[in-house]
Design a protein around this ligand. Structure first.
Ligand code: HPA
Length: 273
């Protein structure tokens, strides 16, 4: 067993010692969904800093805890605050929280994030169902000795985002009268925003949105055979596509503006899964 595998299973033992239910749905709360945890009932909260070997997020606006509880009739494990590669952790540490949610029992993963819009038909405030991703610019979280207890060495990635779940997002959004577009998400390492030339290249490569998270998490989840759904909140047009200078403040401001709509969509989506 590698050190990392041991670390993973030690953290797993710690988590299951704290909970007495088996989570079904794992949820990563990106910018704009930070208050989502308020809707989860019968909560158990586990601070990341108390989990042995767990990477702790350092980004402002990203708290670090698992919220475990019930939403409607579903058992949920939610991450309030995620870990980003740009914080300096090895990539396998960045996906450790995702692996732990699967080990705790969750078979479905919903990832959410704030992203820059590359598709010119998007606006700040657009919600996008992720249909596929490009993660070739970020080191794969599966590099290193394969953890056979999680998944196979050479996992198929032709269907990372579950088609039925994408369809369900659209069904829910149309019933709630919330517009949701489809698109391909491209992950960069960050922490810098992109240059206009990079955004032009990403557009040519087929990306509709760009962000600094999510795709590596989805890949680790797919490696473990989870059903994955992803929703991006387009908080800004990507570099060079508008006159506004990019800033974390703008991202947070748009994410906050859209959070009621985003929360409503994700809640109803979970109810119908
Ligand atoms: N680029 C990268 N990540 C982001 C952006 C962006 O424009 N907006 C929100 N997260």
């Amino acid at each position: 067993m590698t050190n990392h595998e041991k670390e993973l299973y030690d953290a797993y033992e710690f988590i299951i010692s704290k909970i007495d239910t088996k989570p079904e749905i794992a949820l990563v709360l990106g910018s704009g969904l930070g208050d989502f945890a308020d809707h989860i009932e019968d909560k158990t909260i586990i601070d990341y800093k108390d989990i042995p070997g767990f990477p702790v997020s350092t980004v402002s606006g990203h708290e670090g805890k698992y919220i475990i509880g019930r939403l409607y009739d579903k058992q949920i494990i939610a991450m309030k605050g995620r870990v980003h590669f740009y914080e300096g952790y090895p990539i396998e540490k960045v996906v450790m929280p995702i692996r732990l949610m699967k080990l705790a029992g969750a078979e479905t993963l919903i990832v959410t994030n704030a992203a820059g819009g590359i598709n010119k038909s998007f606006n700040p405030g657009t919600l996008m169902a992720i249909t596929d991703h490009i993660t070739s610019f970020v080191r794969s979280p599966l590099i290193g000795k394969n953890i056979d207890s999680l998944g196979v060495r050479f996992p198929d990635m032709s269907n990372v985002y579950d088609e039925d779940l994408v369809n369900l997002i659209h069904e829910v959004s149309s019933d709630l009268n919330i517009e949701v577009k489809d698109g391909v998400y491209l992950q960069t390492t960050g922490p810098n925003y992109e240059t206009p030339a990079e955004i032009k290249m990403f557009g040519l490569l087929g990306a509709d949105a760009v962000g600094m998270s999510t795709a590596c998490e989805a890949m680790a989840a797919k490696h473990m055979n989870m059903r994955v759904a992803g929703i991006s909140c387009i908080t800004n047009m990507a570099a060079g596509l508008s006159d506004t200078k990019l800033s974390h403040e703008e991202v947070k401001k748009t994410a906050d503006m859209i959070s009621d709509k985003f929360t409503k969509l994700v809640k109803e989506f979970i109810r119908r899964i």
